[in-house]
Design a binder for this molecule. Structure first.
Ligand SMILES: [Zn+2]
Length: 275
């Protein structure tokens, strides 16, 4: 499931290549049209001849601002890729993968494709994401904006919750953008066990959590973008320390990495160096 670092890397990579481009047509895979939270016919009719003004992100959603060429009518294409959604910018004569949901044909013989191998993504086309996207209003601050929040303000918000740390980090109302994978990585960095309850944290541990969140997110974005083979339609998480690494040795202390849950949705941590 793409989380903040993957979506942010994609935004930085694709944004400059898309902004200003003209959508000339829309193609929808009829077998996957149910993923559109808008009538597909209207979607295909309303998007063309709009310009992609901006690509941005809110939590785990990607947003394309689309402007009519004349006038000031702006609408938003909002994609929540959920577990298996990916974007691909490709020449329009390149083979379309079977996971294809829809494509925006662009000028210069390219198309932006939305692919989904789990068919769980949600696609919205709306004049107002606040109204048109159900999860929108419940978003808390962006997880990568923590450097703008003081430690005192962070702790004040943190102390409203009673959850286990793993659940707390994945709660989009507390911080938007973190899911199952990066919550494991952040807790590893902070040396905290995922099933610890928030109320058991000592002040030094709250501080460690506060520092680990932006550190892990920023470092991950940089690592993803530094890959010379970066491909926006693939997800490369080989750089993870613990998530998905159950049974391997901890890179910090050498202890065997623990795993709870399934291979598909694992919860990983190190009993050797996380408390
Ligand atoms: Zn360890």
């Amino acid at each position: 499931m793409p989380e903040l670092p993957e979506l942010e890397a994609l935004r930085r990579q694709l944004g400059p290549r898309l902004e200003g481009r003209l959508v000339t047509a829309v193609e929808i895979n009829p077998q996957k049209a149910h993923m559109l939270r808008y009538p597909p016919e209207s979607f295909a009719y309303e998007l063309p001849f709009r310009r992609l003004a901006k690509l941005w992100r809110r939590g785990k959603h990607l947003i394309f601002d689309l402007d009519l060429m004349r006038g000031d009518d702006r609408r938003y294409l909002v994609i929540n890729p959920m577990l298996g959604g990916r974007l691909q910018l490709a020449p329009d004569d390149q083979k379309v993968p079977a996971t294809h949901v829809f494509s925006l044909r662009l000028d210069r013989a390219e198309e932006l494709r939305y692919l989904d191998f789990r068919d769980m993504g949600r696609i919205y086309w709306t004049a107002d994401p606040e109204q048109g996207v159900p999860a929108w209003a419940g978003h808390g601050p962006e997880a990568d904006s923590l450097r703008q929040e003081t430690l005192a303000a962070f702790c004040k918000r943190l102390r409203r919750y009673r959850d286990e740390l793993k659940d707390l980090l994945r709660n989009q109302a507390f911080l938007a953008g973190i899911g199952n994978a990066y919550s494991d990585e952040i807790l590893f960095e902070a040396k905290l066990l995922p099933l610890r309850r928030r109320a058991t944290l000592k002040p030094g541990e709250e501080q460690a959590l506060y520092a680990a969140i932006p550190l892990v997110l920023e470092r991950s974005i940089a690592t993803i973008l530094a890959n010379p083979d970066y491909d926006e339609s693939k997800q490369d998480r080989k750089f993870f320390n613990v998530h998905g690494k159950g049974g391997e040795s901890c890179p910090r202390c050498g202890h065997r990495i623990s795993q709870l849950g399934s291979n598909r949705e694992p919860l990983n941590f190190c009993r050797g160096c996380q408390l």
